[in-house]
Design a binder for this molecule. Sequence first.
Ligand code: ZN
Length: 321
Amino acid sequence: MTKGMQAGRQTTLRERATVTGVGVHSGSPVTLTLHPAEANSGIVFLRCGIDGKDDRELAANFHSVTATEFATVLGDASGLAVSTTEHVLAALYALGVDNAIVEVDGPEVPIMDGSAAPFVAAIDQAGITALPAPRRYIQVLKPVRVSKNGCYGELRPHLRGLRVETEIDFDHPLIGRQTIEVDVEPYVFRDELARARTFGFMRDVAKLWSAGYALGASFENTVVVAENRVLNAEGVRFPDEFVRHKAVDAIGDIALAGAPLIGAYRSVRGGHKLNHAVVTALMADPSAWTYVESPEAVRRVRGHADLGAGLAAAAFGPDVS
Ligand SMILES: [Zn+2]
């Protein structure tokens, strides 16, 4: 696909593509199929295989977020939920897919190898095609910031596309402080981010299991960090795989704004909860953003608005998903 086509018109998938795996938290087998969708439909999760019930749709939108503790969960008032949406959403966003149906036959997107790479491969297999409708962007007009307990996330104006700046600081000899700054372009996502896997600490495993989480976690889908080493036989894929994965998570969560962003997102010691709070804070302030059809249509930038802790729900402790 040419850059001009990406910039001007909405896209969808050319064909279907299917992946199978297990849910990292449920441990249950699940099949995910990406389908083409019409212009202006956005990304929609289709939950099928519910006992005795019809298939149900859930828009991939920040309004649908019902939990952010260990993954980003979308749900509705009836209790329908699709968990661990962030990696497939990051791949769709970064590769420029505006409209798609993400069909899953269980309550959780398959974790695959813990990274976004299998979803990139699925999108590549399906192919991307342009639709006869203009793409609409969300342009950030002024900084919007949410902070709590030394963690913060901020969206600010940016000239073009989405830029993601992520910083983590774990009190652990293998991780410590790591930063990454990327412009989210398809080739950057493929080369720099897509292969970075989910990680977790051995010391947290018993606690997670007893709470009913991470039941499907294994060396096949999680970088497992012990006191002074990574337990996976293959080691890490990048020395800073941890912060790269955090950037993937941020892109997947930002995708829930519902349209491509023209803005820069900075996350310091954050996670899904913080990402969601910042997107929600942006969209709640009509003076902080506008829709534009051309990514080059840069608007005047206004002053700074610090939302402080007022909109921050619970604690923004670093999460490991
Ligand atoms: Zn993740």
